[in-house]
Design a protein around this ligand. Structure first.
Ligand code: FUB
Length: 330
């Protein structure tokens, strides 16, 4: 190639590159925004992995209790403590000091699994899943108590409320997990729990002793994570359905049933094979609180919040899981 031809090619090549660069640097006038670019509201906590949410509305504040997932990537559950956060707008969450650890129960060895707090007469009772020591091998349910929703909590009994040997329906050591608690207007308290088999029992007024025999409910494809809530005249029993877990629900006119299966409430959440929901009403809106593995995996989960909507007949609309999460509650 002669020198003149080389210079000519270099000249036109330079013009072409400069013109392309200029076009790339120009603001993209063809992109118009009908809506704001989404802010990521979910998950709501990103500096720690949080699982199995259970929320309590008390005196105008929402308290969010969650297990602390501490597992390395793609391993298995490693939860040693529970965490508590509070909010008055569902968007800004304040973390409080660690309120309870699995080993705060002297008879427990490990595994701060799913749990729920309820208030009665100014005291806060926390029903938890833990691994019992070898005197009652397997998962067990304990109760901790505090004068404050943020703790610190202490073992309320000095022994487990439910142990694996008390339920023989299924031949696994982890069927006594995931307690959810409910108090009727007449003061009668109920504990529901289970994995594979769903159990319930009445609690005495002291909230730390069973009041009667353990009963059963058979729901389609019940895996775990039962959660009781009430809206209007209806009771709702939501639960983890199949595995990987969707969330399904049943409805009843009475806390003791019969329960009518109503279908799927939420699909499998991102990047996690489990789910665990909590449902509350706060400042006139209804919320579905759950976990995903979207910034972790099945053992490094994160709590997310989306709206829950009811149909006029009381059934639930399917949850739409979002990136944005919810707006500030006012
Ligand atoms: O976090 C440990 C277990 O995973 C919970 O107890 C279940 O509900 C499932 O989420």
């Amino acid at each position: 190639m002669n020198t003149l031809l080389k210079r000519t090619l270099l000249f036109f090549g330079t013009i072409f590159v400069v013109s392309c660069t200029a076009q790339q640097e120009k603001p993209a006038e063809s992109v118009l925004f009908d809506v704001p670019v989404p802010e990521m509201g979910n998950p709501i906590i990103t500096d720690k992995f949080t699982a199995d949410p259970a929320a309590l509305v008390y005196k105008d504040t929402v308290y969010l209790y969650a297990g602390h997932d501490e597992a390395p990537p793609n391993s298995f559950y490693d939860l040693n403590e529970w965490l508590v956060y509070s909010s008055t707008d569902m968007v800004n969450w304040t973390e409080h000091p660690v309120p309870l650890r699995a080993t705060d129960f002297e008879w427990a060895v490990d595994d701060a699994w799913a749990a729920q707090v309820i208030e009665r007469d100014g005291k806060f009772y926390w029903y938890v899943t833990v691994e019992h020591d070898k005197t009652h091998p397997g998962k067990a349910i304990g109760v901790a108590v505090s004068d404050s929703p943020t703790g610190p909590f202490v073992d309320a009994r000095g022994s487990a409320l439910i142990t694996n040997d008390m339920t023989k329906d299924v031949d696994i050591t982890w069927d006594d997990i995931d307690p959810t608690v409910w108090i009727e207007e007449n003061g009668q308290a109920y504990l529901y729990w289970g994995n594979t088999q769903l159990y319930w029992v009445k609690l005495k007024d002291n909230m730390i002793e069973m009041d009667g025999e353990i009963q059963r409910v058979d729901l389609p494809h019940f895996t775990e994570a039962p959660y009781i809530h009430k809206k209007g005249d209806y009771y709702y029993l939501s639960y983890a359905y199949k595995f990987p877990e969707k969330t399904a629900y049943a409805m009843a006119d009475n806390i003791e049933g019969p329960w009518y299966f109503k279908g799927i409430l939420n699909e499998v959440a991102g990047h996690t094979n489990t789910n665990h929901q909590s449902i509350i009403e706060y400042k006139g809106k209804d919320y579905f609180i759950y976990h995903t593995g979207n910034i972790g995996d099945s053992y490094r989960r994160s709590v997310s919040i989306d709206y829950l909507y009811y149909n006029p007949d009381g059934t639930l609309k399917r949850v739409v899981m979002t990136t944005e999460g919810v707006d500030k509650a006012e």
